[in-house]
Design a protein around this ligand. Structure first.
Ligand code: NAD
Length: 335
């Protein structure tokens, strides 16, 4: 079998430090990947005048698997979000965001193991919106849900649940008010769920879901929902296990997949050796699982679990007093 090449976008701000940590850890675990480094975001804009150069798009398409640090989208007119562009360009319709409790974090809860699956290309983020009155006082936006789009994301969720021996899929919606869009999503979800008799399908309205996640998060297993609800709920879930430093995400399409930290470039701590690299390490674990390299994934997860539980050289957000490089050294020693 030929060696897998991974496209690596180190990203902006804290991106390079945490992505480099993850690459050292992948190598130490014996993953034997080739890496093709390309730029995007502010780094690319400064080098090439383009936020998302053609060479980067070519590498993502060619290698199929990408590991990506956070990117800064400059504020202002004319810059569309790079992440949204990547999701649309490569039809990365599924955003998979797992959260698990690690002993030793400052999280409020224990025993949480939830995967949120967010539809990544439709809904309120379809991109159709404008100010419609001349005085600028009225604006509108269109939410688009298609039967095909709803079916493929719900099927993705049930297939994932079956593959990972999970018991329940909660379909989150607002079909009582948004009767057309959320209504169609729920209708299709019920049809798909009927094909998976081995998995319990639960329906829950999004506002109740927020309360339930805070009151009793252990009841959730897999959540599947539309774009905007998934965006918000997955950050809520990250908060349940200790914050964004512990939250990875995978953007998966038919052909390509991009694995990333879900937080941003953290300009407040960039260049200070303070960032927690766990988010990108967890994204690498997701990448290994996607590639069928379960043993390596388990090995890295065991090292991460031990470093955090023992508090050995952990970063400030985890209650420690160390930096990115010390945390990485503690991981490398265990591997
Ligand atoms: P942020 O996620 O960068 O930071 C929020 C807070 O969390 C900050 O206090 C930061 O220090 C902290 N934090 C984030 N990651 C951390 C880590 N690994 N370890 C320790 N602390 C961490 O959000 P922001 O400040 O609103 O956004 C900054 C920039 O990032 C913006 O330009 C935004 O567009 C971009 N952004 C990119 C992505 C992405 O590429 N996926 C996602 C969100 C925001």
């Amino acid at each position: 079998m030929s060696t897998q090449t991974i496209t690596v976008i180190k990203g902006d701000g804290i991106g390079p430090s945490i992505v480099e940590a993850a690459i050292q850890i992948l190598d130490k675990a014996g993953c034997d990947f080739n890496y093709e480094y390309v730029d995007a975001g502010l780094t690319a804009l400064e080098k090439t005048g383009d936020l998302l150069p053609e060479a980067t798009l070519d590498a993502i398409a060619r290698n199929k698997i990408t590991l990506k640090g956070p990117l800064t989208t400059p504020v202002g007119e004319g810059f569309t979000s790079i992440n949204v562009t990547l999701r649309k360009k490569f039809n990365l319709y599924s955003n998979v965001r797992p959260v698990i409790s690690f002993k030793g974090t400052k999280a409020r809860y224990e025993n949480i193991d939830i995967i949120t699956i967010r539809e990544n290309t439709q809904g309120m983020y379809s991109g159709h919106g404008q100010v419609v009155s001349e005085d600028g006082l009225i604006a509108e936006a269109t939410s688009i849900i298609t039967r095909d789009g709803a079916e493929r994301i719900v099927r993705f969720a049930f297939e994932l649940a079956r593959r990972e021996n999970r018991q329940k899929v909660t379909v989150v919606h607002k079909a009582n008010i948004l009767k057309s869009t959320s209504g169609l999503f729920l209708k299709v979800a019920r049809e798909v769920a009927a094909e998976y008799a081995d998995i319990t399908m639960q329906e829950m309205i999004v506002d109740n879901t927020c309360m339930q996640l805070v009151m009793n998060p252990q009841q959730f297993d897999v959540i599947v929902t539309t774009n905007l609800f998934g965006d918000i709920l997955s950050d809520l879930c990250a908060g349940l296990v200790g914050g964004l430093g512990m939250a990875p995400g995978a953007n998966i399409g038919e052909d390509c997949a991009i694995f990333e930290a879900v937080h941003g470039s953290a300009p407040d701590i960039a260049g200070k050796n303070l960032a927690n690299p766990s988010s990108v390490i967890l994204a690498s674990i997701q990448m290994l699982e996607h590639l069928g390299m379960k043993d390596k994934a388990e090995k890295i997860k065991a090292a991460l679990t031990d470093v955090i539980a023992s508090g050995d050289r952990t970063t400030r957000d985890l209650g420690g007093s160390h930096g990115t490089t010390d945390f990485t050294a503690a991981m490398l020693e265990r591997l």
